[in-house]
Design a protein around this ligand. Sequence first.
Ligand SMILES: N[C@H](CCC[C@H](N)C(=O)O)C(=O)O
Length: 324
Amino acid sequence: MQLIKVHGSENDFFLLDQTKLEVALSDKQLKELAIKMCNRITGLHGGSDGILVVDHSEHSGVLGQMRVINADGTEASMCGNGLRTVGRYLEKEYGQTTFKVETMHADLKVEKAPDLKSNVAAYNVEISPVSFMSETLPMFLDRETLVDDYVPEFSKTLKFSAVSVPNPHLIAFVDHETLEGPELEKIATYLNGENPYFPDGVNVSFVEKLDGHSIFVRTYERGVGFTNACGTAMSASSLMFVMLSDKQVPFETEINVRNPGGMVKTVVHQNDNGEYWMSLIGNATNVANVTVDLADAMNGDYSHAKWVPTNEQENYLEFISSIR
Ligand SMILES: N[C@H](CCC[C@H](N)C(=O)O)C(=O)O
């Protein structure tokens, strides 16, 4: 079985093209494979945050389908960093630089963007649909929407916003000390365990405003835990940054989003129907090409896996050190 180890802002995945397998893996097999292969200790070459599954799409004008399996085996409706790497893969497969990819709730636009530096490929992907309605997360709270408000059951001091893009996000703007403190993990582990508010869990992000057009986003991801970056969280955080800025941060302007794994740019849009959507622009790095026997992989035996690095990771790290 051929895999590519990929990352967007060091949010890393194994990309698996089901169309290249003799027999496509079942949902149950994909779940088991993710739990074993992504494990940071016993998994394949240090594991990953999840698996990106590429498959054929029956939708017209769409090059392929992307499914997202978190490291704990749960399936998510969307992955912003992952969609950039899938876009790059499909561009290579089909020779197109602008196209759509089918995801669970929408066919999303993907477009090749200018390289961030030599050998650091970049893509621009659409993040949508966006909704504040609690049932789209789902969230069970004493109100239909949660926008910049207190929820004492979560925190006595922080205000939160809840939005689906379309996977679920809970976002709080915090000062630097809180960004780096223990409260994010405390809240996120509670809301991703047994709790009456988010039965399917939720991605939780703390956001620090850096300057007029820059934020830092730290995310504890549903189904994974802390990641170097979460593309949908950075997009959702950018939306809240614009919406809560009292017009100081306008729509259609580029926002610099820093994260522990690097940085991306986002643009927040509002269409004529008043609906929001975001552009997420950032790297799509192929770290290595991997060959592993399917039966071995399903059994969690990676001792015979073949790992052939590309030369891209060094260039990515040079890019990151140049912007820090
Ligand atoms: N953990 C997320 C899926 C991955 C999203 C993230 N890696 C991104 O780049 O958007 C969830 O369960 O909703």
